[in-house]
Design a binder for this molecule. Structure first.
Ligand code: BJW
Ligand code: ZN
Length: 224
């Protein structure tokens, strides 16, 4: 059986990573929609850097939870027939043991050169942003996908959803496209669809089945 799992901030919530749109999901009073845009970065790069610096620092203090670890167990069974497509920029899937993970909204541990497009490892041991290792420009930015930018690997994602028998969405509000549209795409392509989320998402009615509760309970129960 071929399975595509889409994850969002809710899978990392019980590790202590705040979500974007739940009650405590504000950063210094900003909505994510006001920080995670190219326009915000152009106008106030320091504010946007502080947002990602704080989240990178917080990541060092958290651990993967039972939901991340359960998905790694699922990969042990399914191998190449499982792909985790995550909207999260944390590395908790990898630290939980998953290897087949696609970060469609980028990664905190990566830097993107705005001049040449090269991706490199984020260095925060220098006290300042180094120049791009590929082209030398002083143009490194967080390697994340902001509103109005195109998420990574959309062709590969639609290709694996095309062939999937089961599409499972975990811990995402269904508020942000194109990820929010994957369930309808999967259903049209013949996959069964399952939502695992704390509360009904915006698209909960689009799923064949929805189970509601914390990811650390729902995901291991579904996998095992
Ligand atoms: C738990 C839990 C627990 C809590 N257990 N569950 C169509 C219609 C309308 C608008 C658009 C559209 N298409 C495009 C747009 C524009 C825009 C968009 O969607 N806007 C909306 C606001 C309407 N989209 C874009 O601009 C995207 N690009 C694009 O469309 O390009 C064009 C194109 C695409 C494809 C092909 C060709 C062209 C880019 C979107 C980029 C989003 N970027 C961010 C920031 C990334 C970096 C960062 O992390 O800072 O991505 S915004 C933020 O939202 C982040 C997240 O990945 C994303 C989704 O959030 P998520 O993960 O769902 O978190 P929450 O907080 O919303 O929800 C958490 C859920 O967990 C809740 O439901 C809780 O109940 C649950 N939960 N605790 C289980 N313990
Ligand atoms: Zn460069």
């Amino acid at each position: 059986m071929r399975v595509v799992v889409l994850t969002g901030a809710g899978i990392s919530a019980e590790s202590g990573v705040p979500t974007f749109r739940d009650a405590d999901g504000l950063w210094e009073g900003h909505h994510v929609e006001d920080v995670a845009t190219p326009e915000a970065y152009a106008a106030q790069p320091d504010v946007v850097h502080r947002f990602y610096d704080a989240r990178r620092a917080a990541l060092a203090a958290v651990e993967p939870n039972a939901a991340h670890v359960a998905l790694a167990r699922l990969e042990d069974h399914l191998g190449d027939d499982l792909l985790v497509v995550t909207q999260n920029i944390d590395d908790l899937h990898e630290r939980g043991g998953s290897t087949r993970v696609l970060h469609m909204h980028g990664e905190l541990r990566s830097a993107l050169c705005a001049a040449c497009g090269a991706r490199s490892t984020w260095r925060d041991d220098l006290g300042h942003l180094p120049p791009c290792p590929a082209c030398g420009a002083a143009a490194l930015r967080p390697d994340v996908v902001w509103f109005g930018e195109v998420p990574y690997e959309m062709d590969r994602i639609s290709g694996v959803i095309d062939r999937a028998d089961l599409f499972v969405s975990i811990g995402t509000s269904g508020a942000v496209y194109p990820a929010a549209g994957f369930v309808q795409y999967a259903a049209r392509r013949g996959a069964r669809t399952l939502e695992l989320n704390l509360l009904p998402s915006e698209g909960t009615h689009l799923f064949d089945e929805a189970r509601h509760g914390p990811a650390t309970a729902l995901v291991p129960a579904w996998v095992d």
